[in-house]
Ligand binder design. Structure first.
Ligand code: ADP
Ligand code: ASP
Ligand code: MG
Length: 416
């Protein structure tokens, strides 16, 4: 008998029929003698619907109220799943994050989990119940409901698994594992049986939304065995078969030694590029620009400072598309005049494409192969950033899918 956490995404919870299937699958695991905690997302489309309603009321909704609103999606799905389990004879109880409690900081719409109290959950599990906890949300010190950012139910699930010292966290989704790239963009993408924690961290941080990055961080920090697998298979398929399906995030480096140099291609459509032109090239400038952006809680990703001409330079960086307007406002209102910049320009239609692989450490020439492939397709590279195990380029968004397909082929990632 083991304690196992299941997470079901929006598509997996997308209709009463699908919820009944989730209940059947969960009951199968429970019948096999396991203690099961389930962390579901809102039904597919629901979070978007709720956020859309907010936008119809006001262009800039109060983040606290957005969290009150968006968190209701998951609240509905946990109750429905509890009912579905009870209807097939299982004892089940649902909780919202605040009832557990899952405590977070107060950064509304992108809060971080600080602690999880496992008392109530353990009591219920010991009483033979399936425990269902809302994904995506928690409560801050002041008692406000917070949410963890889009895709945050993954993080809730792995954090709950870590808090309960579960044997495994199973992330059920609408694909049957982690692929060399998004199978919706490249139809012959190949499923990976295992992916190293480091690679998964890069893939997630570079835009592969199959797992939210913070969930991968939790998995790494707590060495939580985490597997991505399909919720769309027959819920009554043999448990032994299901338990080894999908993709396991592995913590063993050695297993990769003989594998390909490149593991996958990640991409992020939602990038924007901001350039502060004609800034005096003196110490403290980067701090004054990026400090103001960071104070507004906006994440900056790629950064370049151009060579200086006559004591003036240009400073370019990227921010997520959702934060573009806010970043431009901060720069125009608080920074431009203060540092004596000539002007500020932006491009909200750029995307980032990255090749990822721990094998890159021991191979040279990956960057040049990547750049050659893009040049053969006539794709202009606007910015580049590298780490030991990834190379990212910023390109015009209209070439993104072309770039992903060309690189996937050039690095021989397709299924045989
Ligand atoms: P859920 O609602 O279950 O959380 P998401 O839509 O958040 O599901 O994540 C699953 C999706 O991630 C897949 O449908 C797929 O389109 C996308 N995806 C992006 N990159 C990858 C990848 N490398 N491997 C598998 N899926 C990927
Ligand atoms: N429902 C939330 C979202 O759509 C959280 C999640 O699905 O993981 O982003
Ligand atoms: Mg998701």
């Amino acid at each position: 008998m083991a304690l196992i956490v299941h997470k079901y995404g929006g598509t997996s919870m997308g209709s009463p029929e699908r919820i009944k299937n989730v209940a059947k699958r969960v009951a199968k695991w429970h019948d096999a003698g396991h203690q099961i905690v389930v962390v579901p997302s809102a039904m597919s489309g629901e979070t978007n619907r709720l956020l859309g309603l907010a936008k119809e009321i006001t262009a800039q909704p109060d983040p606290r109220e957005l969290d009150m609103l968006a968190s209701t999606g998951e609240q509905a799905s946990v109750a429905l799943l509890a009912m579905a389990l009870q209807a097939i004879g299982k004892q089940a109880v649902s909780y919202a994050g605040w009832q557990v409690a899952i405590k977070t900081d107060s950064a509304h719409t992108k809060a971080r989990i600080r602690s999880i109290d496992d008392t109530k959950v353990r009591q219920d599990l010991d009483a033979g119940k399936v425990v269902i906890i809302t994904g995506f949300q928690g409560i801050d010190e002041l008692g406000n409901i917070t949410t963890l950012g889009r895709g945050g139910s993954d993080t809730s699930a792995v954090a709950v698994a870590a808090a309960l010292q579960a044997a495994e966290c199973l992330i059920y989704t609408d694909v049957d594992g982690v692929y060399t790239t998004d199978p919706r963009v490249v139809s012959d993408a190949r499923r990976l049986k295992t992916v190293t924690f480091e690679e998964m961290l890069e893939m997630a941080s570079l835009g592969s939304k199959v797992l939210q990055i913070r969930s991968v961080e939790f998995a790494g920090n707590y060495k939580m065995p985490t597997r991505v697998l399909s919720s769309l298979t027959d819920p009554l398929m043999p448990l032994e078969e299901e338990a080894i399906s999908g993709t396991l995030i592995s913590f063993e480096e050695d297993t990769k030694m003989e594998q390909a140099t490149i593991t996958g291609i990640a991409f992020n459509r939602d990038e924007t590029k901001i350039t502060v032109l004609g800034v005096p090239d003196r110490p403290g400038i980067a701090y004054q620009i990026l400090g103001a952006v960071a104070d507004a809680n906006i994440e900056v990703d790629m950064i370049i400072q151009n060579q200086s001409v006559d004591g003036k330079t240009d400073f370019t960086f990227t921010v997520p598309r959702g934060e573009y307007t806010k970043a431009m406002d901060v720069l125009n209102e608080k920074v431009k005049a203060h540092i004596g910049a000539a002007s500020i320009t932006g491009d909200a239609k750029v995307s980032k494409v990255s090749v990822v692989g721990v094998g890159m450490r021991s191979h040279v020439g990956i960057a040049s192969q990547m750049f050659r492939t893009l040049s053969e397709e006539g794709i202009n590279i606007q910015m580049i950033s590298t780490s030991e195990i990834k190379i990212s380029v910023l390109i015009d968004e209209k070439y993104m899918e072309l770039a992903v397909r060309a690189l996937h082929k050039a690095f021989g990632l397709e299924s045989a």
